[in-house]
Design a protein around this ligand. Structure first.
Ligand code: HEM
Length: 393
């Protein structure tokens, strides 16, 4: 007999934002599928249950008639299933192929990383959030999309405004307004580049959409560009900061990576596992089904907590520790199943192969600034909110 999904009243949004891991651990142990009232959604926290969900998109759909994301961004590939999803995913795929990433995007990412480090002031101190991680992610994404004449700050504000609007369950009018401003700004920026990309195609994502066999409408282009701006900027930014934080607070592991450059990719993967930049994403139940011994009903909304699953003790040894030398093991930081992150290869190159080695290679004796505190925040999206560092000149 399946059990009804328990209702949890004593987990607050504030506690999840400050540090979700104690609550995740408790849910995993006592209530692996639980309606957390403050979040208004059924949270799924165990690794194996999430794998089961991602193997069955017919029962656990991404499409959702009440999706706030659709209202804010339009109907993007992230909220489609089956053939509709497959065709739009195929359309952007040429821009994300490993060979294109290696030969076309990687050299550009390298120039961006070096330019940013060149601009560091000569006091030997900076906050890597604003001086490196955010512009690195924003400028790289701009190149990949094919957008021009937009500042990195503007793209970052658009990204944040869209994500705030997507999570705006309280219908705050100011958040709706900012989301609309971002959406209009992105539509206008796409309009500017369309004629040039129509006339001379290139490897950019908008160009790939224009060249797709299954021709995209302007509404599809707009929605998919917005979902990529919403989902392709903060995650690489947060992974740059989390990996740097993990290494700077574990000098022995940092020494290993400085000795053996092959370990950069392990450091990157471990950071995505340890503090997953996307900690939770949604699915909708399309038929009555039992999951983890709990009875779910058609129409139930699920929050897939990959941030919890990536610290599931039944899968990872001492999961709360950052350990780049742990045995290689797959994690769920990039999701799984048909919606597995399209940007995985890009992020591996941009962050693990280029941004971090450049930073640690060029700044002598890089270290955390002991006079300033490193703050982390979030549970749906999580990462360092600042990373003050010093180095020797
Ligand atoms: C470390 C960096 C990144 C992480 C941890 C990450 C994580 C994720 C996750 C968990 C999903 C699945 C969401 C779901 O199933 O609802 C996803 C999807 C996606 N990501 Fe990423 N992402 C990263 C970087 C990027 C970058 C750089 C891009 C683009 C340049 C990108 C583009 C996408 C797209 C287009 C999807 C939707 C795929 C689909 O629906 O088929 N991501 N990502």
């Amino acid at each position: 007999m399946a059990n009804p999904v328990p209702v949890i009243d004593d987990i607050s949004l504030e506690s999840l934002y400050a540090d979700p891991y104690p609550s995740f651990q408790r849910l995993q142990r006592d209530a692996p599928v639980a309606f957390v009232r403050a979040a208004g959604i059924n949270l799924v926290t165990r690794f194996d249950d999430i794998v089961q969900i991602e193997r069955d998109f017919e029962t656990f759909a991404s499409s959702n008639p009440v999706s706030l994301m659709n209202r804010v961004m339009g109907h993007s590939l992230m909220r489609k299933d089956g053939e509709d999803h497959r065709l739009e995913r195929k359309a952007i795929e040429p821009s994300f192929r490993p060979g294109v990433v290696r030969n076309h995007w990687a050299p550009r990412f390298r120039v961006i990383a070096d330019d940013l480090i060149d601009q560091f002031d000569d006091h030997g101190a900076t906050d890597l959030f604003g001086s490196f991680a955010a512009p690195m992610a924003s400028l790289s994404l701009m190149e990949m999309l094919g957008l021009r004449d937009v500042s990195w700050q503007e793209l970052a504000i658009w990204s944040q405004s869209l994500m705030d609007a997507v999570g705006n369950y309280g219908q705050d009018p100011e958040v709706i307004r900012r989301g609309q401003v971002a959406s209009d700004g992105i539509d206008a920026a796409i309009e500017v580049v369309l004629p040039k990309l129509e006339a001379s195609p290139d490897p950019s994502i908008i160009s790939s959409m224009l060249q797709a066999e299954d021709k995209h409408s302007i509404a599809q282009i707009r929605a998919n560009v917005k979902v990529i701006i919403g989902g392709g900027l903060n995650e690489p930014r947060d992974t740059i900061l989390t990996t740097a934080y993990g290494l700077l607070s574990n000098p022995d592991q940092r020494a290993c990576v400085m000795e053996d450059a092959n370990l950069w990719s392990a450091a990157f993967e471990e950071a995505v596992r340890w503090i997953s930049p996307i900690g939770m994403y949604p699915r909708r139940v399309t038929r009555d089904v039992v999951l983890g011994g709990m009875q779910l009903r058609e129409g139930d909304q699920l929050g897939i907590c990959v941030g919890a699953a990536n610290r599931d003790e039944s899968h990872f040894d001492r999961p709360d520790l950052f350990d780049i030398l742990r045995p290689k093991q797959s994690h769920l930081g990039f999701g799984a199943g048909p919606h597995y992150c399209a940007g995985t290869w890009v992020a591996r190159q941009m962050v693990g192969a280029i941004a971090l080695p450049a930073l640690f290679g060029r700044l002598k004796d890089l270290r955390l600034d002991e006079a300033a505190e490193v703050k982390l925040g979030g549970w749906v999206f999580r990462g360092p909110l600042s990373l003050p560092v010093r180095w020797s000149i």
